[in-house]
Design a protein around this ligand. Structure first.
Ligand SMILES: Cc1ncc(COP(=O)(O)O)c(C=O)c1O
Length: 409
């Protein structure tokens, strides 16, 4: 479906929460990079599961348990198809991006990293793609190294050949920056890492619901994302891992579901993905994620990306017209968000002022403290968009920000 043929106002009607009023004003929800809203199709799938199929998976020999297992494993196949994975066995359900990255750090990093090895990151990583590696480095004696971010919000890619030395065992980087909106050239970064003998992990938290992701084309070894940023419920996420690598990784959490046999002194473990899913999983969450993927694919990611990037480009252009305004991030292609700073107003005050007008923005460091420090900022205000947002909402945001400038100066 082309972007033009989609009835966007009708799509917006799929999201009951968007009719809410906040402080007596119609809600404008521009905090989608933090979490997205949920369409009726996902809410119905959750309700249907709990009303008709609810049971534990993989263990019961009764009808409801078979239905729940089929729905849960069906969701795994759905995710594999969405990403272009070779097999559903490469899809591990987690609580979200953060847990996916911690899984790799503990299970893969704990086994394979040695003192002197290097994990290459970038200066634009979210804390969840930084702190797990810091903890791992402390435990193993490995070191961290960083690709710099340039003033325009893009990565200093010319540094990459010097940074990718033989000690680098893993290059972990974000697809889309949650503060700057930068879209990194994943396939090229993976190609260079592979040529240097390093594995790659892509943090797709800000891209999985916005951009087409084709794993064979990207060529990464791991990819992590959260369902809640792409219309699914909170508490469900995904780690994709290449089959040959998952096979070499030990479990990271022990418990029920992940074992083949248990004796008092030792146990043997299932293959991936179940080896990495100890205990009762988030069954409803996985089903909700499957429904979210069905929903997003009905619209189509190319149309979603075209719509969102048009909103982001328009917002960046309009914001730049405001007095004392600094817009962060690349001028050309950007993801569905814009970070900005206004001379006259602290980001927290601005966000509170916006909220009083029904406008949900995000103010603060966005879990990017090192990046904020690099840009000499206490934080920024962020407007982040999804396909149910409109140009008219951006015009209203600009009006509210103009009022904020008057109010604070
Ligand atoms: C780029 C990026 N990585 C990781 C995360 C962490 O996601 P979660 O809190 O869902 O685990 C976020 C969330 O904002 C993000 O934007």
């Amino acid at each position: 479906m082309s972007r033009a043929s989609i009835d966007w106002p009708a799509v917006r009607q799929d999201f009951p929460i968007l009719s809410e009023e906040v402080h007596g004003q119609p809600l404008i929800y521009f905090d989608n990079a933090a979490t997205s809203q949920k369409p009726r199709a996902v809410l119905d799938a959750l309700r249907n599961y709990y009303e008709h199929d609810n049971a534990n998976v993989h263990r019961g020999l009764h009808e409801l348990s078979s239905r729940a297992t089929e729905a849960y494993e069906g969701a795994r196949r759905r995710v594999a198809g969405y990403l272009g994975a070779a097999s559903a066995d490469e899809i591990i359900f987690t609580r979200g991006t953060t847990e996916s990255i911690n899984l790799v750090a503990q299970a893969w990093g704990g086994k394979f990293l040695r003192a002197g090895d290097v994990i290459l990151l970038t200066e634009m990583e979210h804390h969840s793609n930084l702190v797990p590696w810091q903890l791992l480095a402390e435990r193993t004696g490995a070191r961290l190294r960083f690709v710099a971010v340039r003033e325009d919000g893009t990565l200093a890619l010319d540094q990459l050949p010097q940074l990718l030395t033989p000690e680098v065992k893993l290059f972990a980087f974000t697809h889309v920056s949650n503060s700057l909106g930068t879209i990194n050239p994943v396939a090229e970064l993976c190609r260079q890492a592979r040529a240097a003998g390093a594995l790659t992990l892509v943090d797709a938290a800000q891209s999985a619901g916005h951009l087409s992701i084709d794993l064979p084309e990207l060529g990464c070894d791991f990819l992590a994302f959260s369902g809640h940023k792409m219309c699914a419920p909170t508490g469900i996420g995904v780690l994709y891992g290449r089959a040959e690598i998952l096979e070499t990784m030990p479990p990271w959490q022990g418990g029920g579901e992940m074992i083949v046999s248990v004796a008092l002194e030792r146990s043997t473990f299932k293959k991936a993905p179940h080896r990495f899913e100890a205990g009762t999983p988030n069954i409803a969450g996985a089903i909700g994620l499957g429904a979210a993927i069905d929903y997003l694919e009905r619209i189509g990611r190319p149309a979603i990306f075209a719509h969102d990037s048009q909103l982001a480009a328009y917002a960046a252009e309009q914001l730049a017209e405001l007095p004392g305004m600094r817009v962060l991030g690349p001028r050309s292609e950007r993801g569905a968000l814009v970070g900005f700073v206004m001379e006259a107003v602290h980001p927290h005050d601005l966000t509170t002022f916006a909220d009083q007008n029904g406008l949900a923005l995000r103010g603060g460091h966005h879990c990017n403290q090192p990046l904020m420090r690099k840009f000499g900022l206490p934080g920024t205000t962020r407007a982040s968009f999804y396909f149910y947002n409109t140009m008219a909402e951006i015009d209203r945001m600009i009006e509210i920000l103009r009022a904020a400038v008057r109010f604070f100066s």
